[in-house]
Design a protein around this ligand. Structure first.
Ligand code: NAD
Length: 318
């Protein structure tokens, strides 16, 4: 039984083991696969594992693939309708990185509000030695206690972010089309999007990318925000109209932004966010702490094992 991993490097750059997959069949691992090599590399394998390598209807028709295991939560790289029509089972890995992503949200927030990196560099460049006073700061320092955290998309990650925000003394408001009233208490209440935009000091995006959420942050929604607002996006790049965000940052219409995702990844040299003021950009790494990747690997192996044993799990092609 042949298993082909088309782009293993993202999940396992060398610090994890492929042993789990190895035990299930004859395994071939590629670090990366260019689009024009996908069909050739799959060959006659029936089980394929992909992270971001796209699997189209054509690839399905020109190979014998029966099972596609996606090494991620999002499975938009697969033509899922084509898989359904052909009876090909596609699985994903949900919820392995909830804590890591929530942590990255606060990585960005604390960088913006505390500026550890900036001050560390300044001290090492001699600015403290040469300071007339016992301390100095180069950018406004912002206390989170009492501020309002607006969370768009109150699912797993949104709720994890809410817990940390409340630990910092923040009040949480959330916008989600499906409300679970049992999640509301004195520190968290659901509001309409309009109120969230107006009342939040920090807005963090945690809704999936759908046609309806694409560009949810744009010129019009930004116009409703406080001038001191901070936007954090660890969800998906296209949730933000990047030109509009860059203009808002450059004109001081909002204060700052932190993003782990952009509309086209890897980021393009002409992405307007690269030159925008007061923005912090990380290269889609919220999911990547080793602990989360170990979890991802284990669930992905279980998914294939369960499929082979006739009781598939995390199937997204139903
Ligand atoms: P989830 O499914 O648990 O939560 C998503 C929430 O968004 C749900 O509560 C849903 O009701 C809500 N929602 C749906 N449509 C909405 C809309 N129109 N407006 C507002 N809310 C809406 O998903 P999750 O595990 O919390 O993940 C959230 C997102 O995080 C994923 O879609 C993924 O894109 C992203 N993610 C990013 C990384 C990373 O490394 N940066 C890692 C994992 C996940």
């Amino acid at each position: 039984m042949k298993i082909v991993i088309l782009d293993g490097h993202g999940l396992n750059p060398g610090d994890l083991s492929w042993e789990g997959f190895n035990k299930l069949g004859e395994l071939k691992i590629y670090d990366r696969t260019p689009n024009d090599k996908i069909i050739e590399r799959i060959g006659d394998a029936e089980y394929i594992i992909t992270n971001k390598t796209p699997i189209t209807a054509e690839t399905m028709d020109k190979t014998k693939v029966k099972y596609i295991g996606v090494l991620a939560t999002g499975y938009n790289v697969i033509d899922i309708e084509a898989a359904k029509e052909r009876g090909i089972v596609v699985t994903n890995v949900p919820a392995y990185s909830t804590a890591s992503v929530a942590q990255m949200v606060f990585g960005h927030i604390l960088e913006i509000c505390q500026q550890v990196g900036l001050h560390d560099s300044a001290v090492k460049a001699g600015e403290w030695e040469n300071s007339a006073d016992f301390c100095f700061w180069k950018k406004p320092l912002i206390e989170l206690d009492g501020k309002v955290m607006g969370i768009i998309g109150y699912g797993r990650i949104g709720q994890a972010v809410s817990k940390v925000a409340q630990a910092f003394g923040m009040k949480v408001i959330a916008y989600s089309p499906r409300r679970k009233s049992e999640l509301e208490d004195k520190n968290m209440r659901y509001v309409e999007l309009e109120e969230l935009l107006q009342a939040s000091d920090i807005i963090s995006l945690h809704c999936p990318l759908f046609e309806s959420t694409k560009n949810i942050i744009n010129k019009e929604t930004i116009a409703k925000m406080k001038k001191s607002a901070i936007i954090i996006n660890t969800s998906r790049g296209p949730l933000i109209n990047e030109q509009d965000l860059a203009e808002a940052l450059n004109s001081g219409r909002i204060y700052a932004a932190g993003v782990d995702v952009v509309s086209v990844e890897p980021i393009r040299a002409d992405n307007p966010l690269l030159k925008a003021k007061n923005i912090y950009i990380t290269p889609h790494i919220a999911w990547a702490p080793r602990e989360a990747r170990v979890r991802l690997m284990n669930i992905a192996v279980e998914n294939l094992k369960n499929f082979l044993e006739g009781k598939p799990t995390n199937v997204v092609s139903k």
